[in-house]
Design a protein around this ligand. Structure first.
Ligand code: C2E
Ligand code: CA
Ligand code: CA
Length: 489
């Protein structure tokens, strides 16, 4: 824009703000799995006298340059929270905050004041901050964020993955949510790299305890795929366009933005989503979160039998911290056990799942003590079906009577009764068979061959079964499926 035009646009924006003409629109955010409306993001709109709308991509930068962003934000915040005050209590409100505003140490106090007046609780607010070179990790920015968080608000990193500073910013500031940038979502059904980045972001979210929101979801295929990948919330035209305040209340009352819970489909989406999409590093992040809750020792080994990850329970077997294992091989740690397990590791490396092998161990470090384990070895395959890692499940049965030992895997399932119930009541025989084969490390293709049914049918059964198991992603599904298959065997 030429300079003179810019100045006159800035003057027009100033006038519009004074007349209260820049107004909030609301775009629904929907929980991916349950299909329930979770809240709205506020998007500023500037309708002009000639009937056109100037897009925020133009007037937000203009407001930032003309020193109007503070005024604009406060007006939007006031308008939006007044509207939101009438909503049911489970709905949240997301508001975009320009990184420039984080330079003002009075911000939290002023935001708090506006929100008190409108009667919408800060504990239901999320501030979205774009990843930006503008953000300097100053004490002021930290202070403002800390104050708002202390008042109950949450923070989301917007447009995650697009800028060079993502990870640094994520590390420096205490975010609660990651918003996966629309550019990845737009290309995810065609480009494997986009899917990998999305899987990586979801994995990062899981390992850091942050929920993930996908932006720009335009098709059911994208929505299904994102849900199957474990993304928590979705936003985009598929779920609903931004609407003015006048339409929000009625829409909520009519259930306009609620969708049926995710149904498994045998289409291309589940095809792709059923595979482990994450890069090895992200896969570890995902696994770690699951590992820590598991009722048995678990580890992931690379093809040289080095620990890539493990849970506390497994580390306890060796009386060493988790960190002391990483990167070291099984032969180095617990070397007296290695001779017994090596042949089974090699079988897993060749693609065979070796389950429930009993091992006796007299640790050199504890003379006179004999411990007993039941160990299973599972191949972990990449997208091309190559074995890239081995997953170990170890149950310490030293303290257990022999009849229990025989049923050791069953104990694992007992630790998760909900799962055993699901297995008994929800799943069909065919689903159970397919899950058992999956847990044994067979690929979808191999299962189809084994059961003499179509690959698409196998996938449909699997997605349905995973859904019934309440698994959020494939890694979790495999873990649970493994327990279930132990119940039914
Ligand atoms: P954003 O925060 O990333 O907001 C999402 C943008 O994606 C919005 O554009 C929304 O209308 C658009 N969108 C939503 N669903 C879809 C979809 O399915 N497909 C496509 N192609 N687009 C979709 P919008 O409203 O034009 O806003 C653009 C940007 O302007 C926002 O990006 C945000 O960074 C900024 N912005 C908007 N309102 C405010 C505000 O009140 N304050 C600040 N600081 N920035 C704002
Ligand atoms: Ca945003
Ligand atoms: Ca965004």
């Amino acid at each position: 824009m030429p300079r003179s035009q810019k100045t006159s646009e800035a003057a027009a924006l100033r006038d519009a703000l004074q007349r209260g003409e820049v107004i909030p629109y609301f775009q629904p955010l929907v929980a991916m799995r349950s299909g329930e409306l979770a809240g709205f993001e506020v998007l500023a709109r500037w309708p002009r006298s000639d009937g056109t709308m100037t897009p925020p991509a133009i007037f937000i930068p203009l407001a930032e340059q003309a020193g109007l962003i503070d005024l604009l934000t406060m007006q939007i915040l006031r308008g939006a929270t007044l509207t939101a005050a009438a909503w049911p209590d489970d709905l949240r409100l997301s508001v975009n905050l320009s990184p420039l505003l984080l330079r003002d140490h009075t911000l939290a106090e002023r935001v708090g004041e506006i929100i008190r007046q409108s009667g919408f609780p800060l504990s239901r607010m999320i501030f979205e901050v774009t990843e930006s070179a503008l953000i300097d990790f100053t004490e002021t920015a930290h202070g403002v964020i800390a104050e708002l968080k202390a008042m109950g608000a949450q923070f989301a990193q917007d447009d995650f993955g697009t800028g060079y500073s993502s990870l640094r910013q994520l590390q420096a500031l205490p975010f609660d949510k990651l918003k996966i940038d629309a550019s990845f979502v737009r290309t995810m059904t065609q480009q494997r790299n986009s899917r990998k980045i999305i899987a990586a972001i979801i994995g990062l979210g899981i390992s850091l305890g942050l929920s993930t929101v996908a932006e720009g979801v335009e098709t059911s295929q994208q929505a299904d795929m994102l849900a199957a990948m474990g993304c928590d919330l979705g936003q985009g035209w598929w779920f609903g366009h931004p609407v003015p305040a006048s339409e929000v209340g009625g829409g909520i009352a009519d259930g306009r933005w609620n969708r049926p819970p995710l149904e498994a489909t045998a289409n291309a989406a589940s095809d792709i989503a059923l595979r482990l999409e994450a890069s090895p590093t992200q896969r570890l992040g995902q696994l770690q979160a699951l590992y820590d809750g598991a009722p048995m020792g678990l580890a992931l080994l690379d093809t040289q039998f080095r620990y890539l990850s493990l849970n506390q329970r497994l580390a306890d077997i060796h009386d060493l911290p988790v960190a002391a294992h990483i990167g070291r091989s099984l032969a180095e740690i617990g070397s007296d056990l290695f001779t017994a397990v090596e042949p089974n590791l090699r079988r897993a490396l060749r693609g065979e799942a070796v389950t429930n092998v009993r091992v006796r161990w007299a640790p050199a470090s504890r003379p006179g003590q004999v411990r007993q384990f039941v160990i299973s070895y599972y191949p972990v395959r990449d997208e091309d079906e190559h074995v890239v890692a081995i997953s170990l499940a170890v149950i310490d049965v030293t303290e257990r009577a022999d009849d229990i030992v025989l049923n050791a895997p069953h104990l694992a399932a007992e630790a998760d009764p909900a799962l055993a119930r699901a297995a008994a009541t929800l799943l069909t025989r065919r689903q159970l068979d397919i899950i058992r084969l999956t847990a044994e490390g067979l690929s979808v293709k191999e299962i189809a061959r084994e059961l003499k049914i179509a690959i698409g049918t196998v996938k449909a059964h699997l997605s349905r079964a995973y859904q019934l198991l309440g698994a959020r992603n494939r890694v979790e599904a495999i873990m649970r499926a493994r327990l279930v298959s132990d119940v039914v065997n």
